[in-house]
Design a protein around this ligand. Structure first.
Ligand code: SF4
Length: 218
């Protein structure tokens, strides 16, 4: 299925955003439970003033909080990104580490954020599993898992390494446009419908037809 989708969608990562490791790390921490367009907008404003660990670590927390206020959980995220910046300076010479174990030791960085940084900032094969990836690979029947964490565990075992760098970007776009959480476009142009093993029939929004009365030909 991933191969089929790749034929449809090309093999380049789509996002045009800056791959600088520090910006990628901070942007991904900020992205939790926030729409992508909002994350990109807010992080761009933040980076106009604080685009290095040193600048962000020494920033006025109230000013940082004010900038990221439009996104969810801005109080905890302010603390995460400032503490992370301090830790980068104190423990990594002001650079973002490129090892999973070092990344997940940073405040506000879990498995998904760490894997995103490996893929998008360093081009190191990893599988960031967000809700889109989790939902789609379950619909495809590639895995049968209750949560993204278990999905990640299974994908690492079954997905050929050559797809690791691309699967997150590919499925996020596919999940937003076609294989949506609600109302997947199975019968409306999904290029994978012919080979999707768990084709989700579109049942929502269909009008119920009243049973016809005997003798009524209209
Ligand atoms: S057929 Fe439906 S469930 Fe399968 S990939 Fe397409 S949109 Fe998703």
């Amino acid at each position: 299925m991933v191969g089929e989708l790749m034929k449809e969608d090309g093999v380049q990562l789509a996002s045009e955003i800056d791959r600088d490791p520090f910006k990628t790390l901070i942007r991904t921490i900020l992205s939790a439970r926030t729409r992508d367009d909002q994350t990109i907008k807010v992080s761009s404003i933040l980076f106009e003033q604080y685009d290095t660990p040193k600048k962000l670590a020494n920033a006025d927390p109230d000013r940082v909080r004010e900038i990221i206020r439009p996104i969810g959980f801005y109080n905890s995220k302010t603390k995460y990104i400032m503490d992370t910046s301090r830790m980068l300076i104190e423990q990594h010479g002001g650079s973002v580490p490129n090892k999973f174990k070092d990344l997940v030791a940073l405040p506000g960085v879990g498995s998904k954020v760490a894997n995103c940084v490996l893929v998008y900032a360093f081009g190191i094969p990893a599988i960031p599993v967000d809700t889109h990836v989790h939902r789609i690979v379950n619909r495809w029947g590639l895995v049968d898992t209750p949560d993204p964490k278990s999905t990640h565990k299974q994908l690492v075992d079954i997905l050929p390494r050559k797809w690791w760098l691309l699967i997150n970007d590919l499925l996020i776009r596919f999940g937003k446009e076609i294989c949506k959480p609600i109302g997947p476009q199975c019968d409306n142009g999904c290029p994978l419908a012919p080979c999707c093993p768990k084709l989700v029939k579109k049942t929502r929004g269909k009008k119920r037809t009243k049973p016809r009365k005997p003798g009524n030909k209209k």
